[in-house]
Design a protein around this ligand. Structure first.
Ligand code: IMP
Length: 427
Protein backbone atom coordinates (compact mmCIF):
# COMPACT_ATOMS: atom_id res chain seq x y z
CA UNK A 1 0.00 0.00 0.00
CA UNK A 2 1.15 3.55 -0.71
CA UNK A 3 0.02 6.07 1.86
CA UNK A 4 0.51 9.84 1.82
CA UNK A 5 0.49 11.85 5.04
CA UNK A 6 -0.28 15.55 4.54
CA UNK A 7 -0.62 18.47 6.93
CA UNK A 8 -4.16 19.84 6.62
CA UNK A 9 -3.46 23.25 8.21
CA UNK A 10 -0.38 25.52 8.34
CA UNK A 11 2.13 22.83 9.29
CA UNK A 12 3.19 21.64 12.76
CA UNK A 13 0.08 19.45 13.00
CA UNK A 14 1.97 16.57 14.62
CA UNK A 15 2.92 14.72 11.45
CA UNK A 16 6.07 13.41 13.18
CA UNK A 17 4.11 11.30 15.64
CA UNK A 18 1.79 9.88 12.97
CA UNK A 19 4.57 9.09 10.51
CA UNK A 20 6.56 7.49 13.29
CA UNK A 21 3.50 5.52 14.37
CA UNK A 22 2.45 4.42 10.86
CA UNK A 23 6.10 3.99 9.94
CA UNK A 24 6.21 0.88 12.13
CA UNK A 25 4.37 -0.83 9.27
CA UNK A 26 6.37 0.78 6.47
CA UNK A 27 9.05 -0.78 4.30
CA UNK A 28 9.94 2.62 2.86
CA UNK A 29 9.51 6.16 4.25
CA UNK A 30 9.86 9.05 1.82
CA UNK A 31 10.28 12.81 2.23
CA UNK A 32 9.21 14.40 -1.03
CA UNK A 33 9.46 18.19 -0.66
CA UNK A 34 10.84 20.99 1.47
CA UNK A 35 14.09 20.74 3.38
CA UNK A 36 15.34 21.55 6.85
CA UNK A 37 12.58 24.13 7.28
CA UNK A 38 10.52 21.19 8.56
CA UNK A 39 10.89 19.88 12.07
CA UNK A 40 9.60 16.58 13.37
CA UNK A 41 9.83 15.80 17.06
CA UNK A 42 9.71 12.10 17.78
CA UNK A 43 9.48 10.60 21.22
CA UNK A 44 10.88 7.08 21.55
CA UNK A 45 10.58 5.88 25.11
CA UNK A 46 12.16 8.59 27.22
CA UNK A 47 14.22 9.95 24.34
CA UNK A 48 13.23 12.95 22.25
CA UNK A 49 14.61 13.28 18.73
CA UNK A 50 14.22 16.36 16.52
CA UNK A 51 14.54 15.62 12.81
CA UNK A 52 14.65 18.24 10.09
CA UNK A 53 15.87 16.64 6.86
CA UNK A 54 16.05 12.95 7.69
CA UNK A 55 12.82 10.86 7.47
CA UNK A 56 11.37 9.40 10.65
CA UNK A 57 11.99 5.80 9.53
CA UNK A 58 15.68 6.30 10.35
CA UNK A 59 15.21 4.66 13.75
CA UNK A 60 14.18 1.35 12.19
CA UNK A 61 17.01 -0.56 10.45
CA UNK A 62 14.54 -2.40 8.18
CA UNK A 63 13.09 0.76 6.67
CA UNK A 64 14.46 2.35 3.51
CA UNK A 65 14.48 6.13 4.05
CA UNK A 66 14.28 8.22 0.91
CA UNK A 67 14.95 11.92 0.33
CA UNK A 68 13.28 12.38 -3.04
CA UNK A 69 14.00 14.66 -5.99
CA UNK A 70 11.48 17.32 -4.89
CA UNK A 71 13.52 18.13 -1.79
CA UNK A 72 16.09 20.85 -1.22
CA UNK A 73 18.91 19.47 0.89
CA UNK A 74 21.43 21.34 2.99
CA UNK A 75 24.33 18.86 2.96
CA UNK A 76 26.08 20.43 5.93
CA UNK A 77 22.96 20.26 8.09
CA UNK A 78 21.94 16.79 6.86
CA UNK A 79 25.38 15.47 7.85
CA UNK A 80 25.14 17.22 11.21
CA UNK A 81 21.79 15.49 11.79
CA UNK A 82 23.32 12.12 10.92
CA UNK A 83 26.30 12.82 13.19
CA UNK A 84 23.95 13.72 16.04
CA UNK A 85 21.99 10.51 15.52
CA UNK A 86 25.24 8.55 15.46
CA UNK A 87 26.32 10.17 18.73
CA UNK A 88 23.08 8.89 20.27
CA UNK A 89 23.64 5.37 19.02
CA UNK A 90 21.50 5.49 15.86
CA UNK A 91 23.90 4.13 13.26
CA UNK A 92 22.14 1.17 11.70
CA UNK A 93 19.89 2.66 9.03
CA UNK A 94 19.17 2.73 5.30
CA UNK A 95 19.24 6.15 3.64
CA UNK A 96 18.83 7.01 -0.04
CA UNK A 97 19.16 10.55 -1.40
CA UNK A 98 17.96 11.49 -4.87
CA UNK A 99 20.65 12.58 -7.31
CA UNK A 100 18.05 15.04 -8.64
CA UNK A 101 17.30 16.79 -5.33
CA UNK A 102 18.63 20.36 -5.15
CA UNK A 103 21.39 21.50 -2.84
CA UNK A 104 20.97 24.42 -0.44
CA UNK A 105 24.17 26.45 -0.75
CA UNK A 106 25.43 29.12 1.69
CA UNK A 107 24.34 31.91 -0.67
CA UNK A 108 20.74 30.63 -0.51
CA UNK A 109 20.69 31.12 3.25
CA UNK A 110 22.22 34.60 2.95
CA UNK A 111 19.71 35.56 0.23
CA UNK A 112 16.79 34.24 2.32
CA UNK A 113 17.75 36.68 5.09
CA UNK A 114 18.54 39.43 2.57
CA UNK A 115 15.17 39.28 0.82
CA UNK A 116 13.31 39.11 4.14
CA UNK A 117 15.12 42.27 5.28
CA UNK A 118 14.31 43.98 1.97
CA UNK A 119 10.61 43.14 2.35
CA UNK A 120 10.63 44.87 5.77
CA UNK A 121 7.13 44.92 7.26
CA UNK A 122 5.93 42.61 4.46
CA UNK A 123 8.41 39.87 5.29
CA UNK A 124 7.15 36.29 5.00
CA UNK A 125 8.65 35.17 8.30
CA UNK A 126 10.61 32.34 6.66
CA UNK A 127 12.70 29.86 8.60
CA UNK A 128 15.80 31.48 6.97
CA UNK A 129 17.10 28.09 5.89
CA UNK A 130 17.51 29.16 2.25
CA UNK A 131 14.49 27.17 1.04
CA UNK A 132 12.90 29.83 -1.21
CA UNK A 133 16.15 30.96 -2.90
CA UNK A 134 17.14 27.32 -3.53
CA UNK A 135 13.80 26.49 -5.20
CA UNK A 136 14.04 29.80 -7.11
CA UNK A 137 17.38 28.66 -8.59
CA UNK A 138 15.84 25.31 -9.50
CA UNK A 139 13.08 27.09 -11.41
CA UNK A 140 15.60 29.54 -12.89
CA UNK A 141 17.70 26.54 -13.97
CA UNK A 142 20.81 27.61 -12.11
CA UNK A 143 20.44 25.15 -9.23
CA UNK A 144 23.03 22.63 -8.08
CA UNK A 145 21.76 19.08 -7.74
CA UNK A 146 22.98 16.36 -5.41
CA UNK A 147 24.24 14.39 -8.42
CA UNK A 148 26.50 17.36 -9.26
CA UNK A 149 27.67 17.81 -5.68
CA UNK A 150 29.05 14.28 -5.44
CA UNK A 151 30.98 14.51 -8.69
CA UNK A 152 33.99 16.82 -8.34
CA UNK A 153 34.13 17.73 -12.05
CA UNK A 154 30.39 18.41 -12.36
CA UNK A 155 30.41 20.36 -9.13
CA UNK A 156 33.31 22.52 -10.31
CA UNK A 157 31.52 23.21 -13.58
CA UNK A 158 28.10 24.11 -12.17
CA UNK A 159 29.55 26.19 -9.35
CA UNK A 160 31.79 28.04 -11.83
CA UNK A 161 28.69 28.91 -13.86
CA UNK A 162 26.44 29.76 -10.92
CA UNK A 163 28.56 31.54 -8.36
CA UNK A 164 29.22 34.73 -10.40
CA UNK A 165 25.44 35.15 -10.85
CA UNK A 166 24.77 34.57 -7.15
CA UNK A 167 27.58 36.93 -6.15
CA UNK A 168 25.97 39.67 -8.24
CA UNK A 169 22.68 39.01 -6.46
CA UNK A 170 24.40 39.08 -3.04
CA UNK A 171 26.16 42.37 -3.89
CA UNK A 172 22.86 43.86 -5.09
CA UNK A 173 21.40 43.19 -1.63
CA UNK A 174 24.49 44.67 0.05
CA UNK A 175 25.66 41.26 1.27
CA UNK A 176 29.26 39.97 1.17
CA UNK A 177 30.21 37.93 -1.89
CA UNK A 178 31.62 34.40 -1.66
CA UNK A 179 34.95 32.91 -2.79
CA UNK A 180 34.77 30.01 -5.23
CA UNK A 181 37.58 28.04 -3.58
CA UNK A 182 36.09 28.32 -0.06
CA UNK A 183 32.75 26.92 -1.13
CA UNK A 184 34.15 24.38 -3.54
CA UNK A 185 36.57 22.90 -1.00
CA UNK A 186 34.03 22.77 1.80
CA UNK A 187 31.10 21.42 -0.21
CA UNK A 188 33.02 18.82 -2.21
CA UNK A 189 33.87 17.21 1.15
CA UNK A 190 30.16 17.08 2.04
CA UNK A 191 29.56 15.53 -1.38
CA UNK A 192 32.17 12.86 -0.65
CA UNK A 193 30.54 11.97 2.66
CA UNK A 194 27.02 11.87 1.22
CA UNK A 195 27.86 10.02 -2.00
CA UNK A 196 27.26 6.55 -0.51
CA UNK A 197 23.59 7.44 -0.01
CA UNK A 198 22.98 8.98 -3.44
CA UNK A 199 21.02 7.16 -6.16
CA UNK A 200 18.10 7.44 -8.56
CA UNK A 201 15.34 7.28 -5.94
CA UNK A 202 12.57 7.30 -8.57
CA UNK A 203 13.93 3.97 -9.80
CA UNK A 204 14.22 2.65 -6.25
CA UNK A 205 10.58 3.57 -5.56
CA UNK A 206 9.46 1.96 -8.80
CA UNK A 207 11.12 -1.30 -7.74
CA UNK A 208 9.49 -1.08 -4.29
CA UNK A 209 6.08 -0.49 -5.89
CA UNK A 210 6.63 -3.56 -8.10
CA UNK A 211 7.36 -5.56 -4.92
CA UNK A 212 4.15 -4.22 -3.37
CA UNK A 213 6.09 -2.71 -0.44
CA UNK A 214 4.37 -0.52 2.12
CA UNK A 215 5.45 3.02 1.26
CA UNK A 216 4.79 5.99 3.50
CA UNK A 217 5.19 9.45 1.98
CA UNK A 218 5.64 11.79 4.92
CA UNK A 219 4.54 15.32 4.20
CA UNK A 220 6.34 18.37 5.48
CA UNK A 221 4.61 21.72 6.22
CA UNK A 222 0.84 21.90 5.52
CA UNK A 223 -1.66 22.57 2.75
CA UNK A 224 -2.09 26.24 3.64
CA UNK A 225 1.66 26.70 3.07
CA UNK A 226 1.40 25.32 -0.49
CA UNK A 227 3.05 27.59 -3.04
CA UNK A 228 0.07 27.24 -5.37
CA UNK A 229 -2.93 26.77 -3.09
CA UNK A 230 -1.85 28.22 0.26
CA UNK A 231 -2.20 31.73 1.68
CA UNK A 232 0.19 33.20 -0.90
CA UNK A 233 2.65 34.90 -0.50
CA UNK A 234 2.80 33.69 3.14
CA UNK A 235 3.64 30.18 2.08
CA UNK A 236 6.66 27.96 1.60
CA UNK A 237 8.26 27.43 -1.82
CA UNK A 238 7.05 23.91 -2.53
CA UNK A 239 3.71 22.10 -2.57
CA UNK A 240 2.95 20.05 0.55
CA UNK A 241 -0.09 18.39 -1.06
CA UNK A 242 -0.75 14.76 -2.03
CA UNK A 243 -0.87 15.86 -5.66
CA UNK A 244 2.75 16.97 -5.52
CA UNK A 245 4.02 13.59 -4.30
CA UNK A 246 4.19 11.88 -7.74
CA UNK A 247 6.20 14.71 -9.35
CA UNK A 248 8.40 15.17 -6.32
CA UNK A 249 9.21 11.46 -6.18
CA UNK A 250 9.14 10.42 -9.83
CA UNK A 251 6.26 7.97 -9.49
CA UNK A 252 2.93 7.79 -11.33
CA UNK A 253 -0.13 9.36 -9.62
CA UNK A 254 -2.07 6.10 -9.92
CA UNK A 255 0.20 4.54 -7.31
CA UNK A 256 -1.15 6.65 -4.42
CA UNK A 257 -3.72 4.55 -2.53
CA UNK A 258 -4.73 6.58 0.52
CA UNK A 259 -4.21 10.03 1.98
CA UNK A 260 -4.24 10.78 5.71
CA UNK A 261 -4.71 14.43 6.64
CA UNK A 262 -3.08 15.42 9.90
CA UNK A 263 -5.21 17.91 11.77
CA UNK A 264 -4.43 19.53 15.08
CA UNK A 265 -7.51 19.79 17.34
CA UNK A 266 -7.04 23.59 17.14
CA UNK A 267 -5.06 25.70 14.65
CA UNK A 268 -1.55 27.14 14.76
CA UNK A 269 0.68 28.96 12.35
CA UNK A 270 4.16 30.45 12.41
CA UNK A 271 5.24 33.37 10.30
CA UNK A 272 3.08 36.17 8.99
CA UNK A 273 -0.24 36.19 7.12
CA UNK A 274 -4.02 36.10 7.75
CA UNK A 275 -5.37 33.66 10.35
CA UNK A 276 -9.15 34.13 10.79
CA UNK A 277 -9.59 32.03 13.95
CA UNK A 278 -6.51 33.38 15.75
CA UNK A 279 -6.95 33.91 19.51
CA UNK A 280 -5.28 37.05 20.84
CA UNK A 281 -6.22 36.33 24.43
CA UNK A 282 -5.46 34.27 27.51
CA UNK A 283 -7.09 31.20 25.99
CA UNK A 284 -4.64 31.40 23.08
CA UNK A 285 -1.77 31.66 25.58
CA UNK A 286 -3.10 28.71 27.58
CA UNK A 287 -3.34 26.47 24.48
CA UNK A 288 0.17 27.57 23.39
CA UNK A 289 1.63 26.56 26.75
CA UNK A 290 -0.30 23.31 27.04
CA UNK A 291 0.45 22.28 23.48
CA UNK A 292 4.12 23.44 23.70
CA UNK A 293 3.47 25.51 20.61
CA UNK A 294 6.99 26.71 19.94
CA UNK A 295 8.75 25.96 16.64
CA UNK A 296 11.08 22.93 16.49
CA UNK A 297 13.22 24.70 13.88
CA UNK A 298 13.11 28.38 14.81
CA UNK A 299 11.76 28.14 18.42
CA UNK A 300 9.32 30.93 17.57
CA UNK A 301 6.06 31.05 19.56
CA UNK A 302 3.31 29.77 17.27
CA UNK A 303 0.14 31.77 16.73
CA UNK A 304 -2.84 29.84 18.12
CA UNK A 305 -6.55 29.76 17.20
CA UNK A 306 -9.72 27.70 17.14
CA UNK A 307 -10.06 24.74 14.80
CA UNK A 308 -10.89 26.05 11.33
CA UNK A 309 -12.81 23.52 9.25
CA UNK A 310 -12.81 25.80 6.19
CA UNK A 311 -9.05 25.21 6.13
CA UNK A 312 -9.41 21.45 6.68
CA UNK A 313 -12.06 21.18 3.95
CA UNK A 314 -9.81 23.12 1.61
CA UNK A 315 -6.98 20.65 2.32
CA UNK A 316 -9.41 17.79 1.74
CA UNK A 317 -10.34 19.19 -1.66
CA UNK A 318 -6.80 19.79 -2.91
CA UNK A 319 -5.25 16.59 -1.54
CA UNK A 320 -8.17 14.13 -1.53
CA UNK A 321 -7.91 13.36 2.18
CA UNK A 322 -9.47 9.97 2.97
CA UNK A 323 -8.88 9.87 6.75
CA UNK A 324 -8.09 12.41 9.43
CA UNK A 325 -5.65 11.99 12.29
CA UNK A 326 -6.72 14.39 15.04
CA UNK A 327 -3.70 15.53 17.02
CA UNK A 328 -3.15 17.09 20.45
CA UNK A 329 -6.75 16.40 21.36
CA UNK A 330 -5.90 16.20 25.08
CA UNK A 331 -4.78 19.87 24.99
CA UNK A 332 -8.45 20.92 24.74
CA UNK A 333 -9.49 19.12 27.95
CA UNK A 334 -11.19 21.51 30.37
CA UNK A 335 -11.47 24.41 27.92
CA UNK A 336 -14.92 25.86 28.44
CA UNK A 337 -15.18 28.24 25.51
CA UNK A 338 -14.85 25.57 22.81
CA UNK A 339 -15.65 26.67 19.27
CA UNK A 340 -15.12 25.31 15.79
CA UNK A 341 -15.19 27.47 12.66
CA UNK A 342 -17.41 26.05 9.91
CA UNK A 343 -17.53 28.95 7.42
CA UNK A 344 -16.38 32.56 6.94
CA UNK A 345 -18.28 35.76 6.44
CA UNK A 346 -16.81 37.93 3.69
CA UNK A 347 -18.48 41.25 2.81
CA UNK A 348 -21.77 40.09 4.29
CA UNK A 349 -21.78 36.75 2.47
CA UNK A 350 -21.09 33.27 3.85
CA UNK A 351 -18.25 31.45 2.11
CA UNK A 352 -16.80 27.99 2.63
CA UNK A 353 -13.51 28.26 0.81
CA UNK A 354 -10.28 30.25 1.01
CA UNK A 355 -10.22 33.49 -1.00
CA UNK A 356 -7.24 33.89 -3.34
CA UNK A 357 -6.16 37.37 -2.30
CA UNK A 358 -4.63 38.39 0.99
CA UNK A 359 -6.86 41.39 1.12
CA UNK A 360 -10.03 39.29 1.00
CA UNK A 361 -8.65 36.63 3.31
CA UNK A 362 -7.72 39.22 5.91
CA UNK A 363 -11.35 40.44 5.89
CA UNK A 364 -12.85 36.97 6.51
CA UNK A 365 -14.64 36.60 9.83
CA UNK A 366 -15.08 33.10 11.24
CA UNK A 367 -18.57 31.68 11.72
CA UNK A 368 -18.44 29.41 14.74
CA UNK A 369 -20.47 26.73 16.35
CA UNK A 370 -20.12 26.37 20.12
CA UNK A 371 -19.28 23.04 21.67
CA UNK A 372 -19.29 21.74 25.23
CA UNK A 373 -16.13 21.08 27.18
CA UNK A 374 -15.07 17.79 28.72
CA UNK A 375 -13.20 17.87 32.01
CA UNK A 376 -11.85 14.38 32.69
CA UNK A 377 -8.33 13.30 31.64
CA UNK A 378 -8.50 11.56 28.25
CA UNK A 379 -4.81 10.70 27.91
CA UNK A 380 -5.24 7.14 29.21
CA UNK A 381 -8.18 6.34 26.91
CA UNK A 382 -7.46 3.91 24.06
CA UNK A 383 -11.00 3.16 22.87
CA UNK A 384 -13.21 5.71 21.14
CA UNK A 385 -16.28 4.54 23.09
CA UNK A 386 -14.57 5.45 26.37
CA UNK A 387 -14.19 9.14 25.50
CA UNK A 388 -16.49 11.60 27.31
CA UNK A 389 -19.61 12.39 25.30
CA UNK A 390 -18.49 16.00 24.76
CA UNK A 391 -15.16 14.86 23.30
CA UNK A 392 -17.01 12.48 20.98
CA UNK A 393 -19.26 15.36 20.00
CA UNK A 394 -16.20 17.44 19.05
CA UNK A 395 -14.94 14.62 16.82
CA UNK A 396 -18.33 13.95 15.30
CA UNK A 397 -18.69 17.67 14.53
CA UNK A 398 -15.45 17.49 12.55
CA UNK A 399 -16.71 14.43 10.70
CA UNK A 400 -20.08 16.06 10.01
CA UNK A 401 -18.64 19.25 8.54
CA UNK A 402 -15.78 17.65 6.59
CA UNK A 403 -17.30 14.32 5.68
CA UNK A 404 -13.96 12.68 6.50
CA UNK A 405 -13.70 9.93 9.13
CA UNK A 406 -11.44 10.72 12.09
CA UNK A 407 -9.59 7.40 12.09
CA UNK A 408 -6.74 8.30 14.46
CA UNK A 409 -6.96 10.39 17.63
CA UNK A 410 -3.86 11.41 19.52
CA UNK A 411 -4.37 11.97 23.24
CA UNK A 412 -0.72 12.45 24.26
CA UNK A 413 2.78 12.68 22.82
CA UNK A 414 3.75 9.00 23.28
CA UNK A 415 3.28 6.46 20.46
CA UNK A 416 0.94 4.53 22.75
CA UNK A 417 -1.23 7.54 23.62
CA UNK A 418 -3.35 7.04 20.54
CA UNK A 419 -6.89 5.89 19.76
CA UNK A 420 -7.06 3.90 16.52
CA UNK A 421 -10.50 3.58 14.98
CA UNK A 422 -9.33 2.11 11.68
CA UNK A 423 -6.15 0.53 10.38
CA UNK A 424 -5.33 2.88 7.52
CA UNK A 425 -2.00 1.33 6.51
CA UNK A 426 -2.53 -2.28 5.49
CA UNK A 427 -0.18 -4.57 3.65
P1 IMP B 1 10.27 28.88 4.37
O1 IMP B 1 9.72 27.53 4.09
O2 IMP B 1 11.44 28.87 5.31
O3 IMP B 1 10.54 29.67 3.13
O4 IMP B 1 9.14 29.72 5.17
C1 IMP B 1 7.94 30.13 4.56
C2 IMP B 1 6.76 30.03 5.52
O5 IMP B 1 6.49 28.67 5.77
C3 IMP B 1 7.01 30.67 6.89
O6 IMP B 1 5.79 31.21 7.37
C4 IMP B 1 7.44 29.50 7.74
O7 IMP B 1 7.19 29.72 9.11
C5 IMP B 1 6.53 28.42 7.18
N1 IMP B 1 7.07 27.06 7.37
C6 IMP B 1 8.05 26.46 6.69
N2 IMP B 1 8.26 25.21 7.13
C7 IMP B 1 7.37 25.01 8.11
C8 IMP B 1 7.05 23.88 8.92
O8 IMP B 1 7.63 22.79 8.85
N3 IMP B 1 6.03 24.08 9.82
C9 IMP B 1 5.34 25.24 9.90
N4 IMP B 1 5.60 26.30 9.16
C10 IMP B 1 6.60 26.19 8.26
Amino acid sequence: MRLVVVGSQWGDEGKGKVTDFLGQKADVVVRSQGGNNAGHTILIGEEKFALQTIPSGIFNPHIKNVLANGMVINPKEALKELDNLEARGINNYQLFISNRAHVIMPYHIMLDGGYEALKGANKIGTTKKGIGPCYADKVNRIGIRVGDLINEESFKEVLTNTLPIKNKELAMLGLPTLEFSDIYNEYKEYGKRLSKYVCDTSYLLYEEIEKNSNILFEGAQGSMLCLDHGSYPYVTSSSPTAASVPVNCGIAPKFIDHCVGICKAYTTRVGEGPFPTELHNELGDLIRERGHEYGTVTHRARRVGYLDLVVVNYAKRISGIDSLALMLFDVLTGIDELKVCIAYELDGKEIKTIPATLNEYAKCKPIYIDLKAWHSDISKIRKYEDLPIEAKDYIETIEKYTNIPVDIISVGPERTETIIRKDVFKK
